[in-house]
Design a protein around this ligand. Structure first.
Ligand SMILES: NC(=O)c1ccc[n+]([C@@H]2O[C@H](COP(=O)([O-])OP(=O)(O)OC[C@H]3O[C@@H](n4cnc5c(N)ncnc54)[C@H](OP(=O)(O)O)[C@@H]3O)[C@@H](O)[C@H]2O)c1
Length: 309
């Protein structure tokens, strides 16, 4: 019998999470069972447990977690592209906070040996989001792009993809992360009061595009002051500011889904080859998922939080 975390209600993780037995059916053709080795944690996990992304009672009990890396333990059909023992990455996964998951092979990719299991487990949700934002912004060599949150899990990948697209990149971060942001190829500036002045001082040519991973009014107001066309301000987080004409991406449109699907293989290849830097900030036992979720909510660590079964 497999085990997984479910939320029995919306609320504080310590009150609503339960680690329960879970019967995984024999995989049908086109499905595999994957034993979990590393689970990527994301802000959406805690937001969904708290009911901040919707509080539909019919979705309870709700499995948690969208991505993991692990080992194939059963396949639905020998014609499927995976075999027992294969090391794989699953994204999107349904209920990744578990010791095993049933996955559609379309969501499964081989994990290259050069990509360690922890970084692999936390790569794709943030990776495809960053890739979607960069594609949506349509960045080229002639762009000067401001990335809000360039030290974050999504932002650090967005900075690297924007640099790879040839753009000049300015990125906000805490002073403690400025060296890191510079190493990714961006000019770092601190967020907080005076942000607009610091961004203007950091570039001799005008900002032509923005990628926002922070979503607060400071980031959006500065962006609107810097860029004439709000259609060149792409945010993954400022969903309350849609009326300003900025572009919001979350995988809900066909174009956004296509950007994300097309990014997967390159992200894995880049992370394995070392041309895409990703970091693990901390690991936690899967059993401590509730306290790790609360820590993630407050920490904004540089790199990913990973759960280990
Ligand atoms: N739309 C989508 O598809 C999608 C997908 C994934 C994530 N998201 C959302 O995107 C956001 C970022 O996710 P993430 O995983 O990248 O988070 P993260 O790793 O915690 O990164 C947070 C970033 O924001 C910066 N930051 C923290 N407080 C700030 C403040 N007061 N003002 C300005 N910047 C601040 C941090 O800088 P320092 O650490 O240097 O202080 C860091 O660069 C979350 O809200 C998440 O839910 C959306």
């Amino acid at each position: 019998m497999a085990k997984r975390f479910i939320a029995t209600a919306y609320g504080d993780p310590a009150d609503v999470l339960e680690y329960v037995d879970h019967q995984i059916p024999a995989p049908a053709p086109g499905q595999v069972v994957v034993q979990t080795r590393a689970i990527g944690m994301n802000p959406v996990d805690i937001k969904s447990v708290r009911g901040q992304t919707g509080s539909d009672a019919s979705k309870l009990p709700m499995p948690i977690g969208y991505e993991m890396a692990g080992t194939v333990t059963a396949v639905g059909d020998i014609a499927d592209p995976f075999a027992v023992g294969d090391e794989v990455i699953v994204y999107p996964a349904s209920g990744a906070y578990a010791d095993s998951v049933l996955a559609d092979v379309r969501a499964v990719r081989p994990r290259p040996a050069a990509l360690d299991v922890e970084r692999a487990g936390g790569l794709l949700l943030v990776g495809v989001t960053a890739a979607d934002a960069v594609r949506t912004a349509g960045l080229t060599e002639s762009d000067v792009v401001l990335v809000h949150g360039g030290s974050g899990a999504v932002g650090a990948i967005a900075v690297q993809l924007a640099v790879q697209a040839g753009a000049t990149v300015i990125a906000t971060a805490s002073p403690a992360n400025h060296r890191f942001v510079r190493a990714l190829g961006a000019v770092p500036v601190s967020y907080g009061e005076g942000l607009l002045d610091r961004v203007e001082a950091a570039t001799s040519t005008p900002i032509t595009a923005v990628i926002d991973t922070v979503g607060n009014d400071e980031a959006i107001d500065a962006s609107l002051a810097l860029v004439d066309n709000p259609g060149k301000i792409v945010s993954i987080a400022a969903f309350g500011r849609a009326a300003d004409g900025i572009v919001l991406v979350n995988g809900s449109t066909p174009e956004s889904r296509r950007h994300r699907a097309e990014a997967v293989d390159d992200l894995i290849a880049g992370a394995a080859a070392g041309t895409l830097l990703t970091e693990v900030a901390a690991t936690f036992p899967l059993a401590d998922a509730a306290s790790a979720l609360v820590e993630l909510e407050h920490a904004h660590p540089r790199g990913k939080f990973i759960l280990l079964p």
